[in-house]
Design a protein around this ligand. Structure first.
Ligand code: NAD
Length: 469
């Protein structure tokens, strides 16, 4: 049985160079993360190549059974994993945060294990018979961000393993301990070499993207890094799934009850203290109910405690790192400088340690303000007034990203009609950001391409092969 200390000891035991990981809530040392070098990465890729054929040969049923056992292992160590995640990432244990994220890891593993993927009969007319299969790719490289480090790693690892691939994971340098700890737990149930983590800097990690032995990169992170990966993977013509940045719009129609939707609006925007790819980042509210929505949202937001993640009362935490804190602070400053009206927060709290930025709501803001047009990725939501649906849709579609979006209305038909006009990979109705392992998820425009989750997500981790005859 692993304890928090023993698990942390296992992932920090390394004789080479290390990097000190600090708790973003307190500045205290969490542990020393290994800095793996290029030689380590090459070995991980070679081990994956060597182990993959036997894993593929086991077949779907045996691999699914192993993934179900891995889900059990995650549940056995859930509290230890949640504590490491909370200390390294900053997110509270409670609320839709660290324990929720570890629970999602088990849920996504189970879904990847149990979703059925049958060969498709494409033509069978007596003359021609053509069947579509999905074969393993080989070795998959998985590169992830720091906001949901465990859950996003599982989104990449689970379908890749299910489809018969081996995986080499490169976590964000901000949150390597969380991913190393998760892999330690998963590896209790997986054959050696099938899953490894290379905890390295960007330069070494970038080798995955042009490595001839890697057949596919699963990437989740910023649009800028996604572009770099497209370029560096070109020479080896790698398959890519790119889940990139977003700046999700929410449109509130005039027929809603502001009080009834305020809580869901809040969590749509502030889940993980706003550090979520598909969080609501621009809220468009019809002028008839604008003031009421602002008032109800402020009431809900005021009641949400922010602080150290290990304190069971908190549901909001710090920004994970100083760079992100500075982004949020400068975008809110730009909004204030423009004369926008701060409903809540808006002033950095310099009285306590940690990268805490107070929950901030900004009203009467111009649609071209940087707090609206740039991805804030933190606890600051701009609320924009609109008059007509056409105007709201045009503004929602006005950016070059389109990950998620939402429409809020008491009339589902009206909401669905508006949803169909929005350029985004997912449009939720009366909720925002509710991902589900059965339902495909991916971006439109420069939020990336390729789908994760569900049967489409499994297909994306296979090579389509037609058997004709
Ligand atoms: P980032 O792009 O800076 O880094 C993501 C990962 O890519 C890190 O592990 C980083 O080391 C690595 N990386 C960066 N450049 C690379 C390169 N050239 N080659 C190989 N690896 C490289 O992103 P971040 O700051 O960690 O995460 C925040 C961003 O991620 C936000 O824009 C957010 O919207 C996005 N995100 C998207 C999703 C989604 O599902 N679409 C989910 C979470 C986060």
């Amino acid at each position: 049985m692993k304890t928090y200390e023993s698990l942390l000891d296992e992932v920090t035991a390394f004789s080479g160079q290390t990097r000190t990981i600090l708790d973003p809530a307190t500045g205290a040392i969490v542990g020393e993360a290994p800095i793996h070098d290029l030689e380590y990465l090459e070995q991980a890729v070679a081990d994956a190549q060597a182990a993959q054929p036997a894993w593929a040969a086991m077949g779907h049923d045996a691999r699914s059974a192993a993934l179900l056992k891995a889900a059990d292992a995650v549940e056995r160590s859930a509290e230890e994993l949640a504590r490491i995640l909370s200390r390294e990432q900053g997110k509270p244990l409670n609320g839709p945060n660290a324990r929720f994220e570890v629970g999602a890891c088990a849920a996504w593993l189970r879904a990847a294990a149990t979703i059925r993927l049958e060969p498709e009969m494409i033509v069978d007319d007596g003359e021609t018979r053509a069947e579509l299969h999905y074969r393993p790719i080989g070795v998959v490289g998985a590169i992830g961000p720091w906001n949901w480090p465990m859950m996003i790693a599982i989104w990449q690892i689970a379908p890749a393993l299910r489809m018969g691939n081996a995986v080499v994971v490169k976590p964000s340098g901000n949150t390597p301990l969380s991913v190393l700890a998760l892999a330690k737990v998963l590896n209790e149930e997986l054959p050696e070499g099938i899953l490894s983590v290379v905890s390295c800097g960007r330069e070494v990690g970038a080798r995955l993207t042009d490595h001839p032995a890697i057949g596919k990169i699963m990437f989740t992170g910023s649009t800028a890094a996604g572009r770099a990966i497209i370029k560096s993977s070109a020479d080896t013509v790698k398959r890519l799934t790119l889940e990139l940045g977003g700046n999700d719009a929410g449109i509130v129609l005039p027929d809603v009850d502001p009080k009834a939707i305020a809580q869901d609006l809040f969590w749509g925007a502030f889940i993980n203290t706003g550090q979520t790819c598909a969080a609501l980042k621009r809220l468009y509210v019809h002028e008839d109910i604008y003031d009421a929505v602002c008032t109800e949202l402020t009431t809900v937001a005021k009641a949400m405690p922010m602080g150290n993640g290990l304190d069971e009362n908190n549901v909001l935490g710090p920004l994970q790192n100083k760079a992100q804190y500075d982004v949020v602070a400068s975008l809110v400053q730009a909004a204030k400088d423009s004369g926008a009206r701060v409903l809540l927060g808006g002033n950095p709290d310099t009285t306590r340690p940690g990268y805490f930025y107070p929950t901030t709501l900004v009203a009467d803001i111009d649609n071209n303000n940087p707090l609206v047009t740039d991805e804030q990725f933190g606890p600051a939501l701009p609320i924009i007034r609109y008059r007509t649906i056409d105007e709201a849709v045009e503004k929602a579609n006005g950016l070059d990203v389109g990950l998620g979006a939402s429409v809020w209305s008491s009339n589902l038909d009206a909401a669905r009609e508006v949803a169909g006009r929005i350029q985004a990979g997912t449009v939720w109705i009366n909720k925002h950001g509710a991902v589900d392992p059965r339902i495909p998820f991916g971006g439109a425009k420069q939020s990336g391409y390729g789908l994760e989750f569900g049967v489409e997500g499994l297909k994306a981790l296979g090579v389509p092969q037609v058997i004709n005859g």
